[in-house]
Design a protein around this ligand. Sequence first.
Ligand code: ZN
Length: 487
Amino acid sequence: MKEILQKYEPVIGLEIHAQMKTKTKAFCRCSTEFNAPSNSNVCPVCLGHPGVLPVLNEELVNFILKMGLATNCKIKERSIFARKNYFYPDLSKGYQITQFETPICYGGYLDIELKDDTKRKIGITRIHMEEDAGKSIHDFSDDESLIDFNRCGVPLIEIVSEPDIRTIEEATTYLNKVKQLLVYLEINDGNMEEGSLRCDANISIRKKGEEKFGTRTEIKNLNSFRNVADALEAEFNRQYEVIESGDKVYYTTMTYDATLKKTSPLRSKEEAHDYRYFPEPDLVYVEVNENKLESIKNELPELPEEKKLRFKKDYLLPDYDINILVQDKELSNFYEQVTSNLATKNEKTFKTSSNIILSEVLRVLNDEKIDLKNLKLKPVNISELIGFVSRNEINNNTAKDVFNEMFTTGKNASEIIKEKNLIQVSDDNLIIEIINKIILENKSEADRYKSGESKLKGVLVGKIMKESKGKANPQKVNELLDKLIEN
Ligand SMILES: [Zn+2]
C-alpha cells in the first residue's frame, strides 16, 4: 500500500446513518425499544396500511437540529420530506420517507486532529432525517426467512460528508468524532456493533497532483471502525489494480467481506435503482424559526472541545490526559465525580485522580470487559483512596495495590489500609534504621554508589523499599540515603 500511496491518493466521503434515541418512532407513536419481542412495536402507520397518515415526531427534529448546530451546519427554515420508492420484503410500505432535495441541515464542517497533530477540516454536505426499514432474518433456517417490522419507522439521521477525506486515518478519525458528538448530545448510543450507527463509504482514487476526481464506488453497511478502515484499504487496492491494468473503474455499489478482506460488487450501474423520489404528500413542511433554533442552542450540552478547554483550566491536566478522559463522556464524568469528592483539591490531587483512572480504572474495565456503569467501585471510593496519597500516608505503588484490593473485595480504602497496616513510614528514625541495615548488608554497592556510580542508587532504594514492605516514604528514602552515604 505504501508504494501505491506515493503514486495515487484516495478521495473518500462517508455517509453515516445514526439511529436516534427518540422514545417513539419518526411518524407514529410506536416505541423504539431495541429488545422488544418481534413485531410487537408496530401499528398501521409504520406498516404502511392504506389511508393512514404519518405525523412527524418533534423530538426527532430537535435531535437533528442539535447535531446540525454541533457540526456547524446551516439550518433550512423550510424543508420537506420525499418518498423513496422501492420494493423490499422488510419494507411493507413500498417506500421510505426521507429528505431528498431539501435536507434540514447543510453546509457544515468538523475539524479533526490527526496523530501527528495536524488538523484537517472535513466538510459536511448535509444531514437529513429518514426512517429505517424492518429487518429480515435469514439465519433461522435454510429455506425460510423471517421479518421483524419493529425497526420500520425508527428515526435515522444521515450525515453526509464532502469528499474531503484523503487517508484512512482521516476517515476513522472523522467517524470517531461524529460518534463522539452523537453520544455527547445524547441522541445516539454510538454502538456500531448493534447497528445503531452504520457507515457507507464512497471512494475513488486519482494520481497524486491531479485535480479531477476519479469514478467512485460505494461500499455499503460497514459496521465497525475496523471494517471501515479495512474495506477502504481493500477497495483502494482493487481500484489501483483496475487502473494499472489499463481498465476503468465503473460506478458500483460494493459490499465488503471482512473474512476475505475483499470488496465485491453488490449491484452494477445497470441494476441501479431509480427510486422515483417525489414530495411526500401526507406530511407538511418542516419549519424551523429563530425561536426554535434559539431554544435548541440553549439546550446544547457541553461539547468535547469546550470540555477540553475547561479541563485544562480547572484541573491543570496535561493534554494527553485530557484527550483520553474527554474522548469518552462517561469517563470524563467519572473523573469529575472523583475530583468533586476530594478533600484536598489541588493540581497534585487532580493529577493523581487522572493517573488512577487512566491506569487502574481503564485496565480493570479492559480486563473484565465491562463498562464504567457496571463498575462496582464508585467515584467516592476512589476519592477516599486519593486522600491517603495526598496526605502522604501511602505512596503511588501502594495506592495501586489498594485499588486492586478494593476492586476484588469491594472493601473501602481505609479498611484495607488499616487491616494490612499499610500507612507509610515517614518517621526519619525508622527509615534511617532500615537504610543503615541495607548499607551494611550491601557494602560494595553502597561504596560504588558513593564513589559515583549513580545507577546503583536504584538498586539500594529498591532494597530499602522491599525491607520496609513498600511502606517507606520513597521521597524520604531518597533524601536520607544520600545524606547517610555522604557521611
Ligand atoms: Zn407505528
